[in-house]
Design a protein around this ligand. Structure first.
Ligand code: PRP
Ligand code: URA
Length: 210
């Protein structure tokens, strides 16, 4: 389903993983497993249209046609919670480059506070995937995309798990060229800028710090 620039993945298995990570009673070790698997499903959908390049493969029996990706792949988890998505996705593309962007939301203002970045030189030629389970006000994702574009990235896809109309509107305004893949568009934000119903603080739940 497409809403604004978002593609909502409604696969039944994705919805089961989402329900598991939404549940407050789900402990960290199960939250990790479900988030990893859900991220993997979202990534498979987000890469469905990637361009391939034809190659020749010599099997033990004969020569045949094969395929490789036309462009290198760069994963960019937003620290911390984005690491939970990276853990699920990286086994599918173990030779991808992993860049990092550290952004912490100020708990009082909900504004993004960038504190770290380590970006590779090949962003301009790469398929770049920005990873963060939560797109709430959109401040962190917009700042992450801004940094990536400033470093040369031209083809960026955002993958999150849960978002809301406010976050999507912010992304559409700042970066209308960046598609967002998600498992849910929730109702909205509460007074603390948490997504409702959401799943709480994704980083705390993934790393067991709540
Ligand atoms: C959370 C989440 C996003 C951000 C989303 O991170 O993982 O990065 O908030 O909110 P926004 O759309 O309003 O910017 P947080 O700042 O809590 O940091 P953490 O991952 O270190 O817990
Ligand atoms: N960050 C989270 O982890 N959860 C929210 O609902 C909003 C921001």
């Amino acid at each position: 389903m497409r809403v604004m620039q978002a593609v909502v993945i409604q696969h039944p298995l994705a919805q089961c993983h989402l329900a598991a990570i939404r549940a407050a009673a789900t402990p960290s070790h199960q939250f990790r497993r479900h988030l990893n698997l859900l991220a993997r499903m979202l990534f498979l959908e987000a890469t469905r249209e990637l361009t391939l390049q034809e190659t020749t493969v010599q099997t033990p029996v004969a020569e045949t046609k094969g395929a490789i990706l036309a462009r290198p792949m760069v994963f960019v988890p937003i620290l911390r919670a984005g690491l939970g998505m990276l853990d699920g996705i990286l086994p599918l593309m173990p030779d991808a480059t992993v860049a990092h962007v550290g952004i912490k939301r100020d708990e009082g203002t909900a504004l993004p506070q960038p504190y770290y970045a380590n970006l590779p030189a090949n962003l301009a030629s790469a398929e770049v995937f920005l990873l963060d389970p939560m797109l709430a006000t959109g401040g962190s994702a917009c700042e992450g995309v801004r940094q990536l574009k400033a470093a040369g990235a031209r083809k960026i896809t955002m993958i999150c798990v849960v978002t809301c109309p406010e976050g999507l509107a912010a992304m559409e305004k700042a970066h209308p060229d960046v598609p967002v893949y998600t498992a849910a568009i929730d109702q909205g934000l509460n007074e603390r800028c948490y997504i409702v119903p959401g799943l709480g603080d994704a980083g705390d739940r993934y790393f067991g710090t709540c």
